[in-house]
Design a protein around this ligand. Structure first.
Ligand SMILES: Nc1nc2c(ncn2[C@@H]2O[C@H](COP(=O)(O)OP(=O)(O)OP(=O)(O)O)[C@@H](O)[C@H]2O)c(=O)[nH]1
Ligand SMILES: [Mg+2]
Length: 337
C-alpha cells in the first residue's frame, strides 16, 4: 500500500431542487389552489474516519467528490427528494483545508468521526406556500440554492503518540521493528525509509502506544536536502519525541543536527517531552557506551537510554520511560471539547 499524505480534491455538494409552480385541477375541485411542492435539499460531501486506513492514496484516483442534487418539487403538493450525501472514508489524522483560502474545514481524529466539507443547497419553496387571502393563485416559487463547491487539500498527519527521529541509518526502523509488529524496510544505507511507518507497541496485554518512524533527517533538510523536512509534520501530534542517535561517530553532533532541523520546521517541537535512545551499543565496549550516554545526557539535558535495537538490548527501560511520560502527559480526559 502506497503512503500518500497529501491530496487535492474538487468537492461539490448537491444543488437544492427548485420549488414547483402547480395548481390542483381535479374533477370536483376546479379551483383547488396552488399545489407546487418544495424542492429537495442537495446532498452534503462528508468525510468519515475509517480507523483501518493510513493513506490518502484513494484520492489520487478519485479527485472529484460530487454529491447528488435535490429533486425539484412537483404538483399535488409533492416535495422533491433530498439528494443523497456523499460520504468518503479518510484515515484518522486527516485535515481538510480549503485550497483557495487555507481555511481549516475539518480535522478528523476519532474513529467514525464525520465532518461536512461541502454543504448541499437548500431546496426552493413551492407555490403552495405563497397563497394568501388576496393572492389565491400565486405564480411564485423559489429556486433551489447552489451547493458549496471548492478545491480542498487533504493532509494526513499520523496520529502517533511517540515519534522516532534521527539521522539516516541511526536504526529508527530497526527499533520500530523490535518494538512492534511493523516490518519496515531496514538496510545499511541512508534514506531506506522514504515515508513514515506506524507501529503499535504493547506495554501490557491491554495497554499500548502508537509509534511512528519518521524518515531520516540530514543537516540542511529544511533547505530540501535529503528527503527534506515535510515528514516532520507527522510529529505535530506526537506527544513524545524519541531521538535515535547512534553511539558510533559523534553522537552529540548527530543529536544537535537533528534538533536544528526540528527547530527549522517548528520551534515548538523542541519543547515536546523527549528522550534519547543511544543505539548500536553492541558495537562499543560497555564502558565507552556508558561514557557516551553520560556525555549526551549532560549535553542534552534529556534522559538517555543506551540500547541495541538489533540485539534487543535495553529496550524495556526505554519503553517504560516512554509509557511513563505518556501517562503523565496524557490529557486528563481523552475527549475533545
Ligand atoms: N550493530 C547494530 N546495527 C544496527 C542496530 N540498529 C540498526 N542497525 C543497523 O543499522 C542499519 C540502519 O538501520 P535502519 O533501521 O534501516 O536505520 P534508519 O534509522 O531507519 O535509517 P533511514 O531509514 O535511512 O533513516 C541497518 O543495517 C541495521 O541493521 C544496532 O543496534 N546494532
Ligand atoms: Mg528507516
Amino acid at each position: 500500500m502506497r503512503f500518500v499524505d497529501e491530496a487535492r480534491v474538487f468537492v461539490r455538494a448537491g444543488h437544492g431542487g427548485g420549488g414547483a409552480i402547480a395548481f390542483l385541477r381535479e374533477k370536483y375541485r376546479p379551483f383547488g389552489g396552488p399545489a407546487g411542492g418544495d424542492g429537495g435539499r442537495g446532498g452534503d460531501v462528508i468525510c468519515e474516519v475509517d480507523e483501518g486506513m493510513s493513506t490518502l492514496l484513494d484520492f489520487k484516483y478519485r479527485p472529484r467528490l460530487v454529491a447528488e442534487d435535490g429533486e425539484p418539487g412537483r404538483g399535488k403538493q409533492q416535495n422533491g427528494h433530498a439528494g443523497a450525501d456523499l460520504a468518503v472514508k479518510v484515515p484518522p489524522g486527516t485535515r481538510a483545508v480549503e485550497a483557495a483560502t487555507g481555511t481549516l474545514l475539518a480535522e478528523l481524529l476519532m474513529p467514525a468521526e464525520r465532518a461536512v466539507i461541502a454543504r448541499g443547497g437548500e431546496g426552493g419553496r413551492g407555490n403552495m406556500h405563497f397563497a394568501t387571502s388576496t393572492r389565491r393563485a400565486p405564480r411564485i416559487a423559489t429556486p433551489g440554492q447552489p451547493g458549496e463547491e471548492r478545491w480542498v487539500r487533504l493532509e494526513l498527519r499520523l496520529v502517533a503518540e511517540a515519534g522516532l527521529v534521527g539521522l539516516p541509518n541511526a536504526g529508527k526502523s530497526t527499533l520500530l521493528a523490535a518494538l512492534s509488529s511493523a516490518r519496515p524496510k531496514i538496510a545499511p544505507y541512508p534514506f531506506t525509509t522514504l515515508t513514515p511507518n506506524l507501529g503499535r507497541v504493547f506495554v501490557s496485554d491491554d495497554e499500548s502506544l502508537s509509534l511512528a518512524d519518521i524518515p531520516g533527517l540530514i543537516e540542511g533538510a529544511h533547505l530540501g536536502h535529503g528527503l527534506g523536512i515535510r515528514f516532520l509534520r507527522h510529529l505535530s501530534r506526537t506527544r513524545i519525541i524519541v531521538y535515535v542517535v547512534e553511539v558510533l561517530g559523534d553522537p552529540r553532533t548527530a543529536y544537535e543536527t537533528v534538533r536544528a532541523e526540528l527547530h527549522a520546521f517548528d520551534p515548538a517541537l523542541l519543547d515536546r517531552p523527549a528522550l534519547v535512545a543511544l543505539n548500536k551499543i553492541d558495537l562499543k565496549p560497555p564502558d565507552e557506551a556508558a561514557a557516551a550516554a553520560r556525555m549526551l545526557a549532560q549535553a542534552s539535558g534529556l534522559e538517555v537510554f543506551p540500547i541495541s535495537a538489533s540485539e534487543r538490548l535495553g529496550l524495556e527501560p526505554l519503553v517504560a520511560a516512554i509509557w511513563r511520560r505518556l501517562t503523565q502527559s496524557r490529557p486528563a480526559a481523552e475527549c475533545h471539547s
